[in-house]
Design a protein around this ligand. Structure first.
Ligand code: SF4
Length: 255
């Protein structure tokens, strides 16, 4: 009988052989699967759903055990597949020389983007009562449309808060070396561009969502404006750091 690990690996391989899925679509998405328009083209999503379906049929303790098993298996299976791939290519992984990774020095833009995530999170938290009171008013007057609009805006701001800093950071990894490498045999700079593009998209969506609040909550105008200015400056600097970034084609989303 197939072991749990064999089952995990076979499910992954079956999915990776499906021609209707888009390879690498999950590399430069925003990982917001609940709002994604490409779930049925995405191996990561479909595989996660299979795992989730298994957990749904279990009691909570079994489901939690399954969760940790899946984390361990993901690592083991990835390693196994890497070794098989290396074998096929005649590469002995035990013979690969140690690579010294260059130390990454954070740029001011990375710090600023990460700080935006922390600040917006704290601001939302500090004003929880204000937002709750506003929601209550809308319920009282039965204004469901506004309620949904503000709720959607809040979700967008919350989702992208930490995401922007993470992607701005990734887009800066080994940036100088990659930008100044005309050969770029393995097309490594594409990873910087893809990360930069999704960061810029996230920034723009956050600005759109904050604008909804800006027009609705006059009491908070100054604070919201500060966040809008901050995002606008981060976006501007990203666009100038990554010339032509918006022409980068993210698999599945921009083809
Ligand atoms: S492409 Fe869509 S479904 Fe796949 S991981 Fe990204 S957000 Fe989730």
């Amino acid at each position: 009988m197939e072991s749990k690990k064999e089952h995990y690996k076979r499910a992954l391989l079956d999915l990776s052989n499906r021609k209707d899925l888009i390879p690498g679509i999950y590399n430069y998405c925003d990982r917001w699967c609940e709002r994604c328009t490409m779930t049925q083209k995405c191996l990561t999503y479909l595989h996660e759903q299979e795992v989730k379906a298994e957990s749904d049929s279990m009691n909570p303790d079994e489901a939690n055990k399954n969760f940790w098993d899946q984390i361990r298996m993901a690592w083991e299976v990835t390693l196994e597949m890497l070794e098989e791939d290396a074998d096929e290519r005649g590469i002995d992984l035990s013979d690969v020389p140690d690579i010294e990774l260059p130390k990454h020095v954070e740029t001011p833009l990375e710090v600023r983007s990460r700080d935006y995530g922390t600040n917006i999170h704290n601001w939302m938290k500090d004003n929880q009562q204000f937002f709750a009171a506003k929601a209550e008013q809308l319920v009282t007057i039965n204004d469901e449309a506004s309620m949904i609009k503000y709720q959607d805006a809040m979700e967008v701001i919350q989702w992208y808060g930490p995401f922007i800093g993470a992607k701005v950071h990734r887009s800066h990894l080994e940036l100088e070396q990659r930008q100044n490498n005309p050969d770029d045999e393995f097309n490594l700079y594409a990873d910087n561009l893809g990360s930069a593009k999704i960061a810029i998209i996230a920034i723009q969506r956050s600005m759109d969502a904050l604008s909804v609040y800006y027009s609705a909550f006059k009491e908070m105008e100054d604070e919201i404006l500060k966040f809008l200015l901050e995002l606008s400056q981060i976006k501007k600097q990203m666009l100038s750091t990554f010339p032509g970034v918006m022409d980068f084609k993210r698999p599945g989303f921009d083809d």
